[in-house]
Design a protein around this ligand. Structure first.
Ligand SMILES: [Zn+2]
Length: 188
């Protein structure tokens, strides 16, 4: 299915942000061949301009962006990054590829429950707790991480310092958000 963003001339095709808020100049791709990453995205999340998985996909040179129900699962020795009750710290699980679900908390839980591929994966989480900093999306779970932050923190914990690019991206998005919020209505 063609994305909404490629059909609407208000949006940048590359970053899927409104053209006036394009962040393409801030996207610095980096090599993550030690941990190829697959974003498994709820169909509704694809249409949300404040989703961060598309931007994270653009930053990670070895990544895929797959829509639930439309794409085949990736292959490999994969682990699912998700803070479920049975998730283990990543260092306790052998894996060489990452799957990250994207959607609201409820959408993600439902996708994992109903998708045999996702259900079959070992679930991993961080060694340390983090507080989400992304201001553009309200989460029903205070402190929850957005997708770009989650992947950034995992890369950093695993020793790939390029994970900072993902956290910097969230900073950039926050700065844009504050800028647009600070402008009088009607001038944006
Ligand atoms: Zn752009």
């Amino acid at each position: 299915m063609v994305s909404y963003f490629s059909q609407n001339p208000r949006y940048c095709i590359e970053c899927r942000k409104a053209k006036k808020a394009c962040v393409c100049a801030d996207l610095i791709p980096f090599n993550n061949d030690q941990l190829p990453t697959h974003f498994w995205v709820h169909p509704k999340e694809r249409e949300r301009s404040r989703s961060t998985s598309w931007l994270a996909h653009k930053l990670l040179e070895h990544s895929s962006y797959r829509i639930d129900g439309e794409h085949q699962p990736p292959t490999g020795n994969l682990a699912l990054l998700f803070p479920s009750e049975n998730a283990l710290p990543w260092s306790q699980v052998p894996f060489d590829g990452l799957v990250v679900v994207d959607g609201t908390w409820d959408e993600c839980r439902a996708m994992i429950r109903k998708t045999p591929f996702l259900k079959s994966l070992p679930t991993i989480t961080f060694e340390q707790p983090y507080l989400g900093q992304y201001i553009a999306r309200r989460s029903p779970r205070p402190g929850a991480l957005c997708t770009a932050e989650a992947v950034g923190h995992l890369f950093l914990e695993m020793g790939n310092s390029d994970g900072t690019h993902l956290l910097n991206l969230v900073e950039t998005l926050n700065a844009r958000e504050r800028f647009f919020l600070s402008r009088p209505a009607g001038l944006t």
